[in-house]
Design a protein around this ligand. Structure first.
Ligand code: HEM
Length: 319
C-alpha cells in the first residue's frame, strides 16, 4: 500500500454499545491455520457489512486484531507495526498487570446479543480446528453505561469536543504503512465486590474521582491524587491531554461470584496506554508514587496487546 493511499479504520472509535463479545484465541502453527486466518482477513469487511446491512437498527460492528507473535508468522512479507510487541508485564510492589497470550482478537458489538452471536459463530466456524480459545467474555451495558462498580464509565472519552480518530487511529505521519490502524490493549479485571460494597458511597467516589449518582467530576480540592481519573489523566510535554478511546464493558458470572470489567483501549500509540497503566500499577509521581485506588478493589487477570489493521491493509493481508 502506498503511503498516500487513504486507509479506512475498522470500528475502533465506536461507543461501547449495548452488548459485546470479546474473543481471544491462540493460533496453531499449521498451513491450514494460516490459510483460515488469511481467508478471514479477505472476507472480514464483507462479513461485517452483511451483519450491518441486515440489522441496521442494532448498529453492529466488529474488529479483528493480531498479537505480536502471530503477526510475523502470519504475514512474513509485511513489516511489523512499530509498537506491536508482546505486552511487557508491569510488576509493582503492590500490584501487577500480567501479560497473557493472544494471537487473534475479536471485539464484536451490537444492540442485541443475537447479532454479536451471529458473527462470533461465523468466526468460530471459519477458524475451527486451527485455534485454541484463551478467553471469551460477554459484556453488557449496565444501566446508563456504568461499570459494575456502579459508576458511569467512559465519560472522559474523546467525543464531540475532540477527534476520536486522532486518539485511536495511527496517522500516516507516524507509520505510513500502518495508517488507519490502531493499538488495542485488553485487560480483564475481577472486582472484589464485597470489599467495594463495604465502602460508603462517599468513599467510593474518592476512589473513582466522580460522583456516583450523577457522574459529576470531583473538584480538585476534594479529589485525591490517587483517584482513578486523576492517575489516568496524563499530558504530553506541551500540556496537551493524551487520550485513548475506551470501550469497557461489565460482565458477570453470578453463580461463580465473578464480577468484572473487560477493559479495552484503542490508541494511535500504545505508549499512551502504557503510561496510564504504569501510573496505575507502579504509582503516579504526582501522587508521591502511590498506586491507583481502583486497584485495591480490582485485579487484572489478563493483559494483551493487539494490532488492528485498517480495512485496506486487511484486504491486502488476505491476498
Ligand atoms: C477495573 C477496570 C477499570 C474500571 C472499572 C474503570 C472505570 C473508570 C471510570 C468509572 C472512570 C470515570 C469516568 C470516565 O471518565 O470514564 C474512568 C476514567 C478513566 N479511565 Fe478507567 N477504568 C478501568 C481501567 C482503566 C485502565 C486500565 C485504563 C488505562 C489503561 C483506564 C483509563 C481511564 C482514563 C484515561 C479515564 C479518564 C481520566 C480523565 O478523567 O481524564 N481505565 N475509568
Amino acid at each position: 500500500m502506498e503511503a498516500s493511499t487513504p486507509s479506512y479504520p475498522q470500528h475502533v472509535t465506536e461507543s461501547p454499545g449495548e452488548n459485546a463479545i470479546f474473543l481471544v484465541y491462540t493460533l496453531s502453527e499449521t498451513p491450514a491455520a494460516h490459510t483460515a486466518v488469511k481467508d478471514l482477513c479477505a472476507d472480514w469487511s464483507g462479513l461485517v457489512r452483511s451483519i450491518r446491512n441486515r440489522y441496521p437498527e442494532l448498529s453492529p460492528n466488529a474488529v479483528i486484531g493480531f498479537g505480536a507473535e502471530a503477526w510475523p508468522r502470519l504475514f512474513p512479507e509485511q513489516p511489523t507495526p512499530r509498537e506491536l510487541k508482546v505486552f511487557n508485564p508491569i510488576v509493582g510492589s503492590r500490584y501487577t498487570a500480567p501479560s497473557t497470550p493472544g494471537d487473534l482478537f475479536f471485539h464484536i458489538r451490537a444492540g442485541r446479543m443475537s447479532a454479536c452471536y451471529e458473527l462470533a459463530a461465523i468466526v468460530e466456524e471459519r477458524l475451527r480446528g486451527t485455534v485454541t480459545p484463551v478467553d471469551e467474555v460477554h459484556g453488557f451495558r449496565y444501566f446508563d453505561g456504568r461499570a459494575i462498580l456502579g459508576f458511569v464509565d467512559g465519560t472522559e472519552n474523546p467525543d464531540v469536543d475532540d477527534n476520536r480518530y486522532r486518539h485511536a487511529v495511527i496517522p500516516a505521519s507516524a507509520e505510513p504503512h500502518f495508517a488507519g490502524g490502531s493499538y488495542a490493549f485488553v485487560q480483564k479485571y475481577i472486582h472484589d465486590m464485597a470489599a467495594w460494597n463495604a465502602l460508603s458511597t462517599e468513599e467510593q467516589e474518592l476512589v473513582i474521582g466522580r460522583r456516583k449518582f450523577n457522574d459529576r467530576e470531583l473538584t480538585d480540592d476534594v479529589k485525591p491524587l490517587t483517584a482513578h481519573n486523576a492517575v489516568t489523566n496524563i499530558q504530553d510535554e506541551e500540556g496537551e491531554d493524551l487520550k485513548i478511546v475506551r470501550a469497557n464493558m461489565p460482565f458477570a458470572n453470578t453463580s461463580k461470584g465473578e464480577y468484572g470489567t473487560y477493559f479495552i483501549g484503542y490508541a494511535s500509540t500504545f505508549t499512551t496506554t502504557r503510561r496510564m497503566l504504569e501510573n496505575m500499577f507502579l504509582g503516579d509521581a504526582r501522587a508521591d508514587g502511590q498506586t491507583d485506588r481502583l486497584l485495591d478493589f480490582s485485579t487484572a487477570v489478563t493483559g494483551t496487546l493487539f494490532f488492528v489493521p485498517s480495512y485496506d491493509l486487511l484486504s491486502e493481508l488476505g491476498e
